[in-house]
Ligand binder design. Sequence first.
Ligand code: SME
Length: 162
Amino acid sequence: MAEQSFSMPAGLTKRERYEQFLSEFAIFIEGEDDLISALANTAAALREAFGFFWVGFYLTKEPEWLHLGPFQGPVACTRIKKERGVCGTAWAKAQTLVVPDVDAFPGHIACSSLSRSEIVVPMMKDGNVIGVLDIDSDQLATFDDVDREGLETLVAILCRII
Ligand code: SME
């Protein structure tokens, strides 16, 4: 495999960063049908491109529980119950949640006291949620509709190949 860098040139808007990232990522990840390999490289690529504080996946391993999957960043909670926290709520609702201030989200699970805002995108396969992409920031209000659109596109690419 050729060396691949996802570092971004300076001066791009956030939307331009997602556009560049997604076009490179789609080619890079094509054909990687091993779930853990694909998710591990996705977490690393996102962290390199965007410098997120924490980025990773939780996977639905039991009817009511998410288990920690591949991630980049500080160690994290290993189990999250359905409907609990931002991840469990995004799973139960099968919809993306953008949380500008985690302290204002009822039931937020603080894996790190440094986390201030968060976005969680469900991974859909054959109509079911198979996991979630979770990204934490150490700043308030980091995520907006540009992140939601970019990350939902990313997750759709991933869920087509895994
Ligand atoms: N904050 C999440 C828990 C996972 S960590 O952020 C990595 C939640 O409330 O579900």
